[in-house]
Design a protein around this ligand. Structure first.
Ligand code: KIV
Length: 267
């Protein structure tokens, strides 16, 4: 049986040139399937706001929401490393104690092994404080959905020289502060490749091309369960929405026509 992965398992993979795999999960059965497929990391993303809770964006997700879903994922993840997102306004506020408390709750109550937060240089003190409390931190740069109102949309980031230089500086600052990995979302391939070369910690890309040390996707996008919108960077490996819909229609018909339950399905 494979061993439980830890944050220490990732850097050697980068050094060997082995790609790192990460997928999102928000519940026990999905975590179990992902874990059994030997995916390195499971992210309990605040994307659950859209994918599971039906919100328009990630902003309404609370620490309690994250804990509820993280607990379920942790029960299904025997080997994969579980990372939970710090939701909007649970950090980046006036005092570091709040950040440490939010991260601590995701680990202590949720059972996550690490937390992820969105932002760069401005978060160095918070990253250091969380790590000092014994909690590994993953960074997230580029398109940071919690800043959607500032960014003005879900477009590609780091496109001009100034923005690209800032992103590289932010990535280096997170590495220096002790982050164990950084998600790079929706940035040009060339920039993501450069960041990956300049850092010794792994980068995990989503819409950031193949030069990253690993890749992450929202599982519900990959499976074709969430179909409200599909970003260009998503590869749909299945169209489960259609399958689920026809199974449910078939069940409805069977009940209405008296074909379910059969004698075999009855006592
Ligand atoms: O919330 C999330 O699912 C994420 C991934 C898109 C990286 O942050």
């Amino acid at each position: 049986m494979a061993e439980k992965k830890t944050v220490k398992s990732l850097k050697p993979k980068k050094e060997r040139g082995d790609k790192i795999t990460m997928l999102t999960a928000y519940d026990y059965p999905m975590a179990k399937v992902i874990d059994q497929a030997d995916i390195d990391l499971i992210l309990v993303g605040d994307s659950l706001g859209m994918v599971i809770l039906g919100y328009e964006d990630t902003l309404k997700v609370t620490v309690d929401d994250m804990i509820h879903h993280t607990k379920a994922v942790v029960r299904g993840a025997e080997n994969s490393l579980v990372v939970a997102d710090l939701p909007f306004m649970s950090y980046k506020v006036s005092n570091l104690a709040k950040t440490v408390e939010s991260a601590g709750r995701l680990v202590k109550e949720g059972g996550a092994q690490a937390v992820k937060l969105e932002g760069g240089k401005e978060l160095v003190a918070e990253v250091e404080a969380v790590i000092k409390a014994g909690i590994p931190v993953m960074g997230h740069l580029g398109l940071t959905p919690q800043s959607i109102n500032q960014l003005g949309g879900y477009g590609v980031q780091g496109k001009n020289k100034k923005a690209a230089e800032k992103l590289i500086e932010d990535a280096k600052a997170l590495e220096a502060a002790g982050a164990f990995a950084i998600v790079l979302e929706c940035i040009p391939t060339e920039l993501a490749t450069e960041v990956s070369k300049q850092l010794s910690i792994p980068t995990i890309g989503i819409g950031a091309g193949k030069g990253c040390d690993g890749q992450v996707l929202v599982t519900h996008d990959l499976l074709g369960i969430f179909s409200e919108f599909t970003p260009k960077f998503v590869r749909k490996y299945a169209k489960l929405n259609q399958k689920i819909s026809s199974a449910i229609k078939e069940y409805k018909e069977d009940v209405e026509e008296g074909n379910f339950p059969s004698q075999k399905e009855s006592f």
